[in-house]
Design a protein around this ligand. Sequence first.
Ligand code: PNS
Length: 159
Amino acid sequence: MIKCVYPGSFDPITSGHLDIICRAAAMFDDVTVAVLVNKNKKPAFTAEQRMDFIRRGTANMPGVKVDSFSGLLVDYMREKRANLVIRGLRAISDFEYEFQMAAMNAKLAKNIETIFLMTDISHSFLSSSMVKELAYHGGDITGLVPDAIKEDVIQLYDR
Ligand code: PNS
């Protein structure tokens, strides 16, 4: 049985993330979206909010689980008895970081594989940071995040 984890900061989840989750769920029966709780980073949204946003975004995907983790991804994977990491790849610029991370995870845990799903071309420019910047300046984020969370993201910068 393949148990997948799609890890990330998801600050907040974007339509690009959602597309990866949807496609992963179509391929694998057991998919967990795992939100990193990193005490050294100051996310715009709390871990609880980020998890809630993912739950709302994936409400029509009943098989998808949402969780959080801190520390090393491989330790979380071992604890959950998961064996496959899923990551999305947008552009060449993502490749070096992703390659480094997959190689380090493979060194730390031999039985854990990473697979990459190419981000849909319509989302290749999209990132959580871009969404936040757009929202900060009052730009339209329709279609860039799941509809269910759009207002929450706008409200973050509603002054
Ligand atoms: O959405 P992001 O910020 O690109 O996700 C990065 C994430 C959370 C997948 C990565 O930073 C991670 O796995 N962090 C946990 C610590 C870890 O295991 N790092 C990789 C080996 S050093």
